[in-house]
Design a protein around this ligand. Structure first.
Ligand code: ADP
Length: 451
């Protein structure tokens, strides 16, 4: 069942329950009122009868005529009886019944008594008069009241059915209108495929939940598009990086097999094949390491380590061509502030990758490393004076196997930075980069610390 139909049915059901409740209350209140009204009528009739027949001689002529006029408008099936103190009937009008003394006594005892006889409402009053005290009993069929009630029941029933139909169709119309934006989004989403991820869902006119849904969906598409583009670019980079050494290996072997070679030439070919195979080996190892980062058993090898000491160690490991200027901001309690909880080997690898790039892409010009503590964060910066990174490459350098446009002539595989980024992220840190082509590159690694 569609949401639209379900909503309309549920709404109709709820409205039906409320409507029937209201109509039942209306019906019973009307029935009560009619009953009350009819008893009042009977009472009036009983008094008139008493006045006409017991005080006829004492009434002014005008009044008597007035009463008689009223009296003539009798009620269908009406019976009026008057009894004296001895329970003897003194007046039986169209008498069909002679009431038992118990009823007459009851009226006398109560002053006014209501009862139902053969489905007809009846009322007795105790009427005190100078000629004696009498009991007047009036019974009549509430024909008009019943007809009116029946009529009311039919009107309410028809209104109920009509109301339900109107509610059902209007709620269907309303549900369709309310769900239209979802339908629109649905239709647009159907058209979005992997090859047209640039498409976006149209936003609503109002700033409501539907607009939020469309906005979130568009954000999701944006992220998917970026992820797709990255994936695509990774496949391109991977195939390039893997194909180049393979092509070289195949070419070398084919050339050597073309004719008989001397041992020196074979050695040269084998060396070249070995070089390229090592390259392939390193790339596949790097990729494997990157792919396995999710399974690193980090907690098992975590320890408290001093970042300043780790940097000093990295400085000491430099070759004689590499000059590293290390600045560690002097602070109180470095043993507390510069201590991180992490995996020493991995952190060393991550920072070494970045420092090594600094030397590689600057032909071994000095690299500056600085460690400072600011706003409950450790900021580690690595700056070089190398070739820099073109702006369009900046967002891709952390992608596996990506190599910058101006870096192709330098040895490398595009594994170092993605690996460093993963390691830093594992330590809840982040890495930022700023660069100016031909001027140099500035990496900032930020580690949060809680003292
Ligand atoms: P590799 O250096 O082996 O190519 P990396 O993952 O370490 O791989 O770096 C990816 C790319 O980022 C490099 O190819 C290069 O274009 C760019 N890059 C990284 N560090 C620097 C740097 N210090 N100076 C200029 N370019 C850099």
């Amino acid at each position: 069942m569609t949401v639209r139909n379900r909503l309309s049915l549920q709404f109709t059901l709820i409205s039906g329950i409320i409507l029937s409740g209201i109509f039942v209350v209306i019906y019973f209140l009307s029935a009560r009122f009619m009953k009350y009204y009819f008893y009042n009528l009977l009472k009036e009739r009983a008094y008139i009868t008493a006045q006409v027949f017991l005080e006829r001689d004492e009434l002014a002529v005008r009044k008597f005529m007035d009463i008689q006029q009223k009296y003539l408008e009798s009620i269908p099936g009406e019976t009026l009886n008057i009894y004296d103190e001895n329970n003897q009937p003194v007046f039986l009008e169209e008498s069909k019944y002679n009431w038992p003394p118990s009823l007459v006594n009851m009226v006398r005892a109560k002053g006014e008594y209501r009862f139902t006889f053969k489905d007809k409402p009846g009322l007795g009053i105790y009427y005190k008069d100078n000629q004696g005290n009498f009991v007047v009993i009036a019974v009549a069929r509430n024909k008009y009241g019943k007809a009116q009630l029946n009529n009311l029941a039919w009107i309410l029933f028809t209104l109920f059915i009509l109301g339900l139909l109107i509610i059902f169709f209007s709620s269907r119309w309303y549900a369709r209108k309310a769900l239209q934006p979802i339908k629109d989004v649905n239709r647009q989403v159907k058209d979005i495929r992997a090859n047209n991820l640039h498409l976006r869902v149209a936003r609503g006119k109002n700033q409501d939940e539907m607009d939020e849904l469309a906005r979130n969906f568009n954000d999701l598409l944006e992220r998917l598009e970026i992820a797709f583009a990255r994936q695509q670019s990774f496949v391109n980079n991977a195939s390039h990086e893997l194909r180049t050494p393979l092509t070289t290996i195949i070419g070398e072997i084919e050339v050597s097999l073309q004719k008989e070679r001397n041992p020196q030439e074979y050695v040269q070919t084998l060396r070249s094949v070995l070089d390229e195979s090592e390259k392939l080996h390193r790339i596949s190892n790097g990729l494997l390491m990157l792919a396995q980062t999710d399974w690193w058993d980090l907690p098992g090898n975590m320890q408290f380590l001093r970042l300043d000491e780790l940097l000093t160690e990295l400085k000491e490991n430099r070759t004689k061509e590499e000059t590293l200027h290390l600045t560690i901001a002097p602070i109180n309690h470095p043993e507390k502030v510069y201590t991180l909880f992490g995996n020493r080997e991995l952190l060393k690898l991550a920072i070494e990758n970045i420092i090594k790039n600094g030397f590689k892409y600057s032909h071994n010009q000095p690299v500056n490393v600085e460690l400072i503590y600011k706003n409950e964060q450790l900021l580690l910066t690595v700056s070089d004076q190398g070739i820099g990174i073109p702006e369009k490459d900046l967002e891709n350098i952390f992608m596996p196997l990506f190599r910058g446009e101006n870096a192709r002539t330098y040895k490398g595989y595009g594994i170092g930075l993605p690996l460093s980024e993963k390691i830093i992220q594992f330590h809840k840190g982040k890495i930022l980069v700023k660069s100016i082509v031909e001027k140099g590159t500035h990496f900032t690694i930020i580690f949060p610390i809680s003292l």
